[in-house]
Design a binder for this molecule. Structure first.
Ligand code: TRP
Length: 449
């Protein structure tokens, strides 16, 4: 069986070396496994939540698409698309919004953090918080559930969102599945082995710390950033401690074992930091130089990129469109044409197949059951002293007319002249109960044709 892997990349920035080592490179490696069916997409609707600068959104979509392709993503193998090219995603988001508990979303870390910040500042708790931020996890659930992903590679901060996708998907399955599991339950995939690269100052490489090494912008930019890596003040000739040097950690993330060992030995021998930086630059330039060229060629051909993304969207929609059709059907957004057909079909079926089955209890009393067309028991009668009394009741029921049906909890009973003559079994919930009441009415409607 193939494993469906899906992840989204929010399009607000330009990918840096940390994104490459932590997300892009491992995702591309994973997509090459023979049992993997990968879905990678630009989460540009998510980007709108964080960013109201259209130029930045536009630029970032271009740069991120080019980065993934330049880094070696094979669009023949994987499904690579833009979230906003799949209209089924916002549509599913709404279906899910209608089953997602507000209380569940109140607990989302990102929303809670914003509320906490407001409260601390003495502001209104919801000051500046958009519905986009609040509903962020529902949109993400739609991303994941739309393609029934088994595994979702994400950073730790996103685990909760994947769990929410499970919750929301499960709720939908339960409410509308009728025993069918529309949605697969996704798992967050946290790659423990994947490098979290240190940035220039040794803290995690992140745009918010302004300590990143650019990935594809240019050799000079990369060299400049490397020259700003913070080291200790040991001079050339003095022994360095590789295990306490994030320069060495960065080197290791890209070098072969042999090359890493060589640098380690040289640092212990007193290699100067300047030389070590030069080696890091040469290593990265060697590893990434060709991809950088590809990146710049792609950036210069936005129309080609657009075509690639459109092809990806078509591929994704071949799954999304029919699936959303099923989901709309499940919640009741159905064509009236199909309802007309269904009514006739059910009527015919019900009149043909709904049947009374009489039997005798051990104590000699007479009872009957009314079974629907599909064999489901709709009614079990009370006990009658003789077969005649039981027969009279079934005939009276078959004559049609207003039925006195009284519901209680998940069941209902049928009354004739204020005497209860039969009871339904207990159904799963009141919706199932009401459906059974409908089948009962249909089964007992005399047919004209
Ligand atoms: N929220 C994710 C992030 O910021 C991006 C994302 C959007 C995503 N939709 C997704 C990740 C679906 C995985 C699956 O990193």
């Amino acid at each position: 069986m193939t494993t469906r892997i899906l992840t989204g990349i929010t399009t607000t920035g330009t990918p840096h070396l940390g994104n490459y080592a932590g997300a892009i490179r491992p995702a591309i490696v994973a997509s090459r496994q023979s049992d993997a069916d990968s879905f990678y997409f630009l989460a540009d609707y998510h980007a709108l939540i964080k960013c109201d600068d259209p130029l930045r959104i536009q630029r970032s979509r271009l740069e991120i698409a080019a980065t993934w392709l330049a880094a070696g993503l094979d669009v023949e193998r994987v499904t690579f698309y833009r979230q906003s090219d799949i209209p089924e995603i916002p549509e599913l988001t709404w279906l899910l919004t209608c089953v997602a508990g507000k209380g569940l979303l109140n607990r989302a870390h990102a929303y809670k953090a914003s509320v906490d910040k407001n409260v601390e500042a003495g502001e209104d708790p919801d000051a500046g918080i958009t519905m986009g931020l609040f509903s962020y996890p529902v949109l993400m659930a739609a991303d994941i559930l739309m393609f029934n992903a088994h595994q979702v590679p994400v950073g730790r901060d996103q685990i909760q969102h994947v769990e929410m996708a499970r919750d929301i998907g499960q709720r939908f399955n339960h409410l509308f599945g009728n025993g069918k599991e529309f949605f697969v339950m996704p798992e967050a995939l946290i790659e423990e082995s994947v490098a979290t690269l240190p940035g220039l100052d040794g803290r995690k490489m992140s745009k918010s710390y302004d300590n990143t090494i650019p990935l594809f912008s240019g050799a000079k930019e990369m060299k400049d950033a490397i020259s700003r890596i913070v080291t200790d003040s040991r001079l050339p000739g003095e022994a360095k401690d590789p295990d306490n040097s994030h320069l060495f950690t960065l080197y290791q993330a890209f070098a072969s074992k042999a090359r890493s060992e060589q640098l380690r030995a040289d640092l212990l021998q007193g290699l100067g930091w300047g030389d070590a930086k030069q080696r890091l630059f040469q290593l990265l330039d060697g590893e990434l130089g060709e991809a950088r060229e590809r990146y710049h060629r792609l950036i210069e051909r936005p129309t080609d990129l657009e075509d690639i993304l459109q092809t990806g969207a078509q591929k994704a929609r071949r799954i999304a469109t029919p699936f959303l059709g099923e989901l709309r059907e499940a919640v009741g957004l159905r064509s009236l044409r199909t309802i007309a057909q269904a009514v006739t079909a059910t009527k015919k079926k019900a009149s043909k197949a709904a049947r009374f089955v009489s039997f005798r209890e051990d104590d000699g009393s007479f009872r009957f059951r009314l079974l629907a067309a599909d064999g489901e028991q709709l009614l079990l009668s009370r006990n009658f002293a003789d077969g005649k009394a039981a027969g009279a009741v079934t005939r009276q029921l078959q004559q049609g007319g207003e039925l006195d049906i009284r519901t209680q909890g998940e069941s209902f009973s049928v009354w004739l002249e204020d005497v209860c003559v039969a009871d339904s079994p207990a159904f799963a919930d009141t919706a199932a109960r009401d459906a059974a009441v409908q089948s009962l009415k249909l089964a007992l409607t005399p047919q004209q044709d």
